[in-house]
Write a protein that binds this ligand. Sequence first.
Ligand code: CTP
Length: 402
Amino acid sequence: MIAGKNIILGITGGIAAYKSASLVRLLVKAGAQVQVIMTPNAREFIAPLTLSTLSGKPVITEFFTANTGQWNSHVDLGLWADAMVVAPATASTIAKMAHGVADNMLVTTYLSAKAPVFVAPAMDLDMFKHPTTQHNLDLLRSYGNHIIEPAAGELASHLIGKGRMEEPENIFKVLEGFFSDTLDLKGKKVLITAGPTYEKIDPVRFIGNFSSGKQGFALAQECADRGAEVTLITGPVSLSIDNSHVNRVDVMSADEMYDAVMEHFPLQDAGIMCAAVADYKVEHQLNSKIKREKGEAPVLTLVKNRDIARAAGEKKREGQVLVGFALETDNEDAHAHEKLLKKNLDFIVLNSLNDPGAGFQCATNKVKIIERDGSETVYPCKDKRMVAKDIVDVLVNKYLKS
Ligand code: CTP
């Protein structure tokens, strides 16, 4: 429920700032207290008077209010807020937030905020695509911020592409969803597998895959934020998760992941098999390094790894829920259906490598959820944390309702 929540709306200097007035209106109408903080440039795009009238509070831009000399405490504001939303967020503000350049009231308050932070980027398509911006957004995500992906369409420059700030109604829905779902997994135990597995060839080499673990970690964060006790069984990734409700179990190979899942799954209410488990391992791992100069190039004999999801599906007891993933390159729906049945899953999350913005390494994903009764829900391309929210919504609302 948004009613009664204290929300800081940070507005930066982009043309989409005019849309922020509608966002203030939606939040206030829903019963939230809204404190607008503008960057100095934002005032060129929309009049502070419009925003203070709609929010019923003076807009803050400076550290001091010039005529009264009143000190605007970013620390107090940071503590007051239940959420902070930066919409629109320009490339410049995103960079400052990512690197702690606290040279204005908005970024200073961001650094003091204890509440969840939502960032809705808005900029020209090339600025959005630029590796600097993408890297800064990744940094913000890694600090636990929620990125509300911009939409594609005609931009202020008249160019067509991705960079348009998400509509205020949709930003509002993200916030509404965030507050309404709080703790709906309380008392539940969820096991999540994440990342790749590494299959050792010799002490220095392995067979692996490109999985970054981002989707699995986003699921773990989402479930923990909603009150679940999470067991996160992860292959080798360079991600961290800081949540006392997440028990992280690090494994290397598919065999180690299998053992960990078999140990923990019986105690769970749900399992989400998100790992990209290697299908094959080397039949005979070598204990010393294969040397280049010695003899012929080696021929590796591979043997099949055990299917962890399938083994969990066979052991699934009444009331337990099992969710799987399918990453496909062709014949996507048919393969996903087959896996859903073969592994005794309750639903499967399909992503296709043919969709831009989906799959390995990227920060976004585009998924379709397929259920046993044949129902299918297609979602647009979103930040992996938002995708996690969609998946957990289905898990909670359709499968774990007690
Ligand atoms: N999976 C698993 N153990 C394996 C292989 C896959 O737990 N050894 C799980 C994945 O975590 C995912 C689902 O099974 O939830 C589907 O994985 P995927 O690699 O798409 O399917 P495979 O069964 O390996 O089939 P293929 O590689 O032939 O597409």
